[in-house]
Design a protein around this ligand. Structure first.
Ligand SMILES: Cc1cc2nc3c(=O)[nH]c(=O)nc-3n(C[C@H](O)[C@H](O)[C@H](O)COP(=O)(O)O)c2cc1C
Length: 209
């Protein structure tokens, strides 16, 4: 199983080699891995910003506990959840499904109505957190795909999301910066790559019932 070796190889990169860039071909593969992420009802209630602009990255670094990965990495990805998942998102999903699966939209509308009903039963806060959680599934696919391509990555929550929302003008698009990731290639000087992984043993992590 290649995946286990890939997962052992990867680590949360603290220092990137700023001279090395992820190629457009590999970036496209990573985008596909994100695109293929599972999501609740398949709605993918988020958008992923790929930030290359150095000036913006400098501003974002100041809102990210000063972490140097923000500017040294090849790319910075910002996973943004929709603040509220609404009927329009469901209708867009149903239209897309009908087109891609070449099926009659009427037959999918029942599913759409079911989703809309379920969404109407949750509070705005639950709606927000539900969309927020979906971004982590996409983040996870990115991290694993990076490992498969021997691209280094660091998933990151160490940032001030309100400042990100301001700098990237996200609120007007009904978006919120949920979680971020930096990708690129490790610097030889990054001591973190030589450390033993710290993971709970099976007997603490799993329980058979
Ligand atoms: C959601 C999330 C947020 C994280 N935030 C940061 C961060 O802001 N800065 C950082 O250097 N590492 C961050 N990490 C990395 C974790 O500390 C790291 O994944 C964990 O210690 C396990 O180590 P490993 O990934 O090297 O195996 C984050 C990881 C996750 C999953």
């Amino acid at each position: 199983m290649h995946l286990l070796n890939d997962l052992k190889w990867r680590y949360a990169t603290k220092h990137f080699d700023s001279s090395k860039k992820v190629s457009p071909e590999n970036l496209s593969k990573l985008k596909q891995a994100i695109q293929l992420s599972v999501s609740s009802y398949g709605l993918q209630p988020y958008k992923v910003l790929i930030i290359e602009n150095k000036e913006i990255r400098k501003q974002l670094q100041a809102a990210s506990w000063g972490q140097n990965q923000i500017i040294d990495a090849s790319h910075l990805l910002v996973f943004c959840n929709y603040n509220s998942v609404n009927n329009k998102h469901v209708e867009d999903y149903i239209k897309l499904a009908s087109k891609l699966q070449e099926s009659n939209i009427d037959s999918l509308n029942n599913y759409g109505d079911f989703i809309k009903q379920k969404i109407s039963e949750i509070s705005p806060k639950e709606n927000y957190h539900w969309a927020y959680r979906q971004t982590y599934l996409a983040l996870s696919n990115l991290i694993n795909a990076c490992a498969a391509l021997k691209i280094d990555a660091c998933p990151m929550e160490g940032f001030e999301n309100e400042k990100y929302n301001d700098i990237l003008d996200l609120s007007k698009a009904n978006l919120n910066a949920a979680v971020i990731a930096t990708i690129g290639y490790r610097s030889e000087k990054d001591k973190a790559q030589y450390r033993q992984k710290v993971r709970k043993p099976f007997n603490q992590l799993f329980e058979v019932i």
